[in-house]
Write a protein that binds this ligand. Structure first.
Ligand SMILES: Nc1nc2c(ncn2[C@@H]2O[C@H](COP(=O)(O)OP(=O)(O)OP(=O)(O)O)[C@@H](O)[C@H]2O)c(=O)[nH]1
Length: 381
């Protein structure tokens, strides 16, 4: 089971996604309100016979449409800081829209001089109601209210006057059907969100595993290849040094032979935890290059800093034995440092080769020491 904070975060994430989706999906409907009424009253000649009512409804729809457009535009900026204001204004505007159209729906079916509009208005009402269930369902409660504001004024009219009973019954069944369909859409929307979330979490985890050494949890060789490419480009553009420090545990075979492979594994983990503490504060990245050999990349740093880092790593490891139940294991390392300016240098392969050469010089020099090489251009080779 997920911890409570994760669940809350997931719910907040879902709410945010649903709210933004709502704004996006609602937009076509906003324009429908803006144009549907003028088309209806102009095409039927209603505007000539009843200009006041035509203008009144026209003005109402236009003002609410404009406010909804402004509200939609302001969402990105104000959603986080003023969520409650955002939510209340959205609810008010949507329900005003639905309520105004709902009033019109009532009028065309109950008030004689509106009757000539009834076919068109009834058709548009059915269209708006069906479309809103599909498009607005990201906010289930609001959608339920929305459909009710749109359709139920007509049923209220029947209750009050006793007229239009058949139509009222059909509209009521339609309203019920839309609520049920809406509930299903909402569940599907939620399920799709959760599947997408799980997939993206798995993808992130896969990506992490893909670049992590399973034993030590240090970055692996594959990620080293990616990062050296990246820093190579970066330092070439910045005309700064890229430093590579190769670290190799001394006489590691002896540790394996004396204490066994599982203890050897523990030593590797201990090594990574000691060196990771140093890389964290030095803008450096540690990678397991292979076996008991590790690489540290220090981009945008002077060669002196890289040599200082290697010396610090050597000194710290020497003073940090692995304490076991009955034993303590002292480890030392040899380090080869190579620093180049990529802009003037041939390739990262050559950088790795030269750092390796420096490491072998350190081994030849007796181990537990650092050898550094610095190249300004590859013409030296
Ligand atoms: N326990 C353990 N041992 C490993 C692992 N990977 C490599 N090794 C061992 O590391 C040892 C490396 O031995 P060598 O290459 O001879 O190097 P070394 O003994 O450290 O000697 P120098 O590097 O010359 O100081 C081998 O015995 C490998 O089996 C691992 O994941 N776990």
């Amino acid at each position: 089971m997920k911890p409570a904070t994760d669940t809350n975060e997931l719910e907040l994430d879902f709410q945010r996604r649903a709210d933004f989706d709502f704004i996006k999906r609602a937009l076509p409907g906003v324009y429908l309100y803006l144009f549907a009424w003028p088309v209806i009253f102009l095409s039927t000649g209603f505007s000539q016979k009843h200009p006041d009512e035509s203008i009144l409804f026209g003005a109402l729809f236009t003002v609410v449409c404009l406010l909804r457009l402004v509200h939609g535009k302001a969402t990105a900026k104000h959603y986080e800081q003023h969520y409650h204001v955002w939510n209340i204004s959205l609810t008010t505007l949507c329900l005003t829209h639905a309520g105004t159209w709902g009033a019109l729906f009532y009028l065309v079916n109950f008030v004689p001089h509106y009757a000539e509009l009834s076919i068109l208005v009834n058709l548009v009402t059915a269209g708006i109601a069906s479309a809103s269930v599909q498009s607005l369902i990201t906010k289930f409660k609001l959608t339920c209210w929305y459909i009710s504001f749109l359709l139920l004024p007509l049923c209220t009219g029947t209750l009050l006057t006793g007229e239009q009973f058949q139509l009222c019954f059909i509209v009521f069944m339609f309203w019920l059907y839309l609520l049920l369909v809406g509930r299903r859409y909402r569940r599907e929307y939620e399920r799709a969100f959760r599947i997408e979330k799980t997939l993206s979490e798995k993808q992130i985890e896969l990506h992490r595993l893909n670049r992590t050494d399973p034993l030590t949890q240090a970055h692996n060789r594959r990620y080293f290849n990616e990062q050296i490419d990246f820093y190579w480009q970066h330092c070439a553009e910045q005309r700064t040094h890229l430093n590579l420090v190769m670290l190799d545990i001394d006489h590691f075979k002896r540790i394996n032979d004396e204490f066994g492979h599982p203890t050897g594994d523990q030593c590797l983990k201990h090594f990574v935890s000691v060196i990771s503490n140093l890389t964290a504060g030095n803008s450096a990245e540690l990678f397991r290059y292979g076996g008991e050999e590790f690489a540290v990349l220090l981009p945008n740093a002077d060669p002196e800093k890289a040599t200082f880092f290697a010396e610090l790593a050597r000194d710290t490891l020497e003073k940090s034995p692995l304490i076991l139940k009955q034993d303590s294991i002292n480890m030392t390392l040899s380090a080869g440092v190579c620093s180049v300016i990529p802009e003037a240098f041939k390739s990262q392969e050559l950088l790795v080769e030269l750092a390796d050469q420096a490491l072998y010089s350190a081994k030849s020099a007796g181990r537990n020491c650092v050898q550094a090489k610095q190249y300004v251009t590859d013409k030296l080779n």
